[in-house]
Design a protein around this ligand. Structure first.
Ligand code: URA
Length: 271
């Protein structure tokens, strides 16, 4: 049985981007978990992407898989793309290369080195001329897009853009309060429905032509879809892209949690 995998940044200009990424001078360790390294992308780097997703920053699952948006947020956005008929022709980058630790200062967000490097990624992905829509997850992604739009290439581009509520904003905003989580999820899904309607006309080359089936008021079966095998590096076990929740930052204090990611093989994989 042949398995799919993602070759990563093997071809130019992505090869150079993976060789020349900014480090601690642009990403201060008091604001980013630089010790876990940069995580660049997920999806197609071969010019076939029709939709570009800009996320926020990688978390613990991403630090293991070395691809972005492979945890719960990734499964939700995978489902969003599927509703647009996009099952393969997408590329994803994050606003930040490294996982955010605490909060990011405005001066860091606007650091010209950080912004210029991210703009090189956007330039490289837009260069194919095939991207039909861009989706920004949350406020930092919207800012990333606006900073690119201010460049000459950005000004010349007419590609459709939608900023949507970040996929895990309901969990971040509601603590452990179930009623708040339900309300925030309902609000997110209404926001995503608006974006589906706005973006659908721009996507003229879907992988799977389909009428938009809007979200309801809570997550339904099929709204969250697994990360495809073809998006992850060769040889990773299937449960790493089929399941979520297998990586956690554990430790007795913040420093210990920062230094540790515990991976637990999901129940049912080993008898
Ligand atoms: N993981 C990512 O890589 N990006 C996000 O925005 C959220 C989770």
């Amino acid at each position: 049985m042949k398995r799919g995998f993602d070759p990563g940044c093997s071809e130019e200009p992505f090869r150079s981007l993976a060789q020349e990424y900014p480090g601690e001078s642009a990403y201060p360790p008091d604001q980013f978990r630089v010790e876990w390294g940069p995580i660049f992308h997920r999806g197609r780097l071969d010019g076939s992407a029709r939709v570009l997703v800009i996320g926020q920053d990688p978390a613990q699952h991403e630090a293991v898989v070395r691809r972005i948006l492979v945890g719960e947020a990734g499964r939700r956005i995978q489902g969003f793309l599927a509703k647009l008929g996009i099952t393969r022709s997408y590329a994803m980058i994050n606003t930040f290369l490294y996982s955010v630790y605490g909060s990011v200062k405005a001066a860091t967000r606007k650091n010209p080195v950080l912004v210029a490097y991210r703009n090189r990624w956007i330039d490289a992905l837009m260069a194919s001329g095939r991207i039909e829509a861009v989706v920004g997850l949350g406020v930092s992604a919207r800012e990333a897009w606006e900073l690119w739009k201010a460049t000459p290439a950005g000004q010349a581009s007419t590609v459709a853009f939608a900023a949507i509520t970040h996929p895990t904003q309901p969990e971040s905003a509601s603590g452990k309060d179930r009623a708040k989580l339900e309300q925030a999820t309902k609000t997110l899904l209404a926001n995503w429905n608006l974006a589906l309607s706005a973006l659908a006309p721009a996507i003229t080359h879907p992988d799977v032509p389909r009428p938009i089936k809007p979200y309801g008021t809570a997550w339904a079966d099929g709204d969250r879809t697994p990360v495809p095998e073809g998006d992850i590096p060769a040889g990773l076990p299937a449960w790493m892209h089929e399941q979520d929740g297998w990586a956690a930052r554990k430790g007795k204090d913040d420093l210990a949690k920062r230094r540790n990611i515990t991976i637990t093989v999901p129940k049912g994989v080993v008898a």
